[in-house]
Design a protein around this ligand. Structure first.
Ligand code: ADP
Ligand code: MG
Length: 463
């Protein structure tokens, strides 16, 4: 069942129940007060006849009273104490007889209601006693035919019915209108999400209001935009990856073809084999880095942080890297200006530092100096790795952490990287809740800075 129909039905049933109960209550009250009104006026009339009788109890008066009542829609019956009829405004029919037979028991002077049942009896009735002080005693019965009351109530019912029908029609129209207003944005959202799940991200969800439904529309639109951006990014990434793979594979295939020839010397063959080996290493490296990124994206990548003295952590890495730097005619320096502890995953963090040092080495010309500088600033521990290399043009600076981004698009065979290193570095740094930033002066050098929170836990890493 549709949501709008369900909601509408609930609304309708609730209002219907409320309306029925209040109408029933109102109807009962109206009828009750009408009958009461009638009874009280009967009693008042009976009392006034009583007063006349007590003033002059003559056959003329009796006759006069009966005469008066024949002109109205009420009836009068005057009896003596024993209940024999003395005078009546109309013939005694079974309905009147029924009332006269009800025993009158010590009535108060102002009389009382003897018959109030307007549904099943022919008359409603009151009785007032009279006593003129000269031995004339008896009762004045006032009666009114229930036909009048029933006719009035039938008319009342008719009015009520019209009112109920009108209210229901109005209610139905209002509910339909409200549901249209309420559900039309929901319907368009439903269509949008259906399109999204079918892979069509080019949806536009109109935002028609500023309430929760409007917020939901905005969220769906945002989701659609994000999905479409992700799809575009993924396609671009895949295209770049296949391009990256094609280059080394072309080399491998080409040199393998030449290597197969019988006309080449053994020396040449070994040379070609070396190139093939180097290019396979490249492919291997690319696949390794891609796998690393995929693990990070899949959240399969775990960080096991532990409190570590930063100096003790960096020193062995520096020692290891220094030899590589020296072998290539470069210099590496480590300056640690204090004893601080940080919470890091040492294996992962070593990967970060080696990656940054590798870049510093790769993108510097000979005999330049690379520095690892550790210091404290604004409650944070900073690790700055600065080189005197070729630097990064300022227009490229915002993109260096993007996947597959390289300043030099035509990758030189010497400094062959895939542009994934810094992307991995950034992911690992952020997994540590730390930050990394880059400053660079083109032609002067580059500085990568990692900011970490200081840890006040006990040291668990000893050098
Ligand atoms: N220290 C640096 N000096 C100059 N350029 C750098 C430095 N580090 C990174 N870059 C630039 O940023 C790009 C991306 O670096 P990275 O992600 O490590 O990829 P890769 O080293 O595989 O090329 C590099 O191709 C290079 O152009
Ligand atoms: Mg690199």
């Amino acid at each position: 069942m549709k949501f709008s129909i369900k909601l509408g039905l609930w609304f309708f049933i609730c209002i219907l129940v409320i309306e029925s109960v209040s109408m029933l209550f109102l109807h009962k009250n109206v009828v009750h007060s009408l009958v009461n009104e009638e009874l009280h006026s009967l009693q008042a009339r009976g009392n006034s006849h009583r007063d006349v009788l007590e003033m002059s109890y003559t056959s003329e008066t009796l006759h006069h009273i009966a005469m008066m009542e024949t002109q109205t829609d009420t009836e009068v019956v005057i009896t003596n104490l024993k209940g024999s009829v003395v005078e009546a405004s109309r013939k005694i029919d079974p309905g009147i007889q029924y009332i006269l037979e009800i025993e009158v028991d010590a009535p108060p002077r102002n009389g009382y209601i003897i018959q109030a049942d307007w549904k099943d009896q022919q008359y409603i009735s009151t009785v007032s006693p009279f006593d003129d002080g000269a031995g004339n005693q008896g009762y004045v019965y006032m009666l009114k035919s229930n036909d009048h009351i029933q006719a009035f109530i039938a008319k009342l019912n008719h009015h009520f019915l019209i009112a109920i029908v009108l209210i229901l029609v109005f209610l139905l129209v209002t509910i339909i209108f409200l549901l249209k207003v309420l559900t039309s944005p929901l319907v368009s959202m439903k269509e949008a999400t259906k399109k999204l799940s079918n892979g069509d991200f080019s949806v536009t969800v109109p935002v028609m209001s500023n309430d929760e439904i409007g917020e939901l529309s905005k969220s769906i639109q945002l989701l659609a935009n994000d999905l479409s951006y992700l799809k575009k990014e993924r396609n671009e990434f895949l295209a770049s990856i296949s391009h990256e793979l094609r280059t080394p594979l072309t080399y491998i295939k080409g040199y393998a073809d030449i290597g197969k020839r019988k006309t080449i010397t053994e020396e040449e063959r070994i040379n070609y084999m070396n190139i093939i080996h180097e290019e396979s290493e490249n492919v291997h490296q690319l696949l390794h880095e891609l796998f690393e990124l995929a693990k990070i994206d899949e959240n399969m990548f775990t960080i096991q942080k532990m409190p570590i003295n930063i100096k003790d952590f960096l020193f062995p890495i520096y020692e290891k890297a220094r030899h590589v730097f020296l072998a290539q005619g470069h210099q590496l320096e480590l300056v640690c200006r204090g004893e601080w502890r940080v919470e890091i995953d040492p294996r992962r963090f070593e990967q970060i530092i080696l990656n940054l040092l590798d870049n510093a080495l790769k993108y510097s010309s000979e005999k330049s100096l690379t520095k690892i500088d550790v210091y404290k600033e604004n409650q944070e521990i900073l690790i700055a790795i600065s080189d005197q290399g070729q630097g990064i043009p300022s227009e490229d600076l915002p993109y260096v952490f993007n996947r597959l981004f390289r300043v030099d698009k035509s990758r030189s065979r010497l400094t062959g990287g895939f542009g994934l290193g810094l992307a991995i570095v950034k992911e690992i740094v952020e997994a540590h809740s730390a930050r990394i930033s880059v400053d660079s002066e083109f032609g002067e050098g580059t500085c990568f800075t990692i900011r970490l929170k200081e840890s006040f836990h006990e040291d668990s890493f000893t050098h």
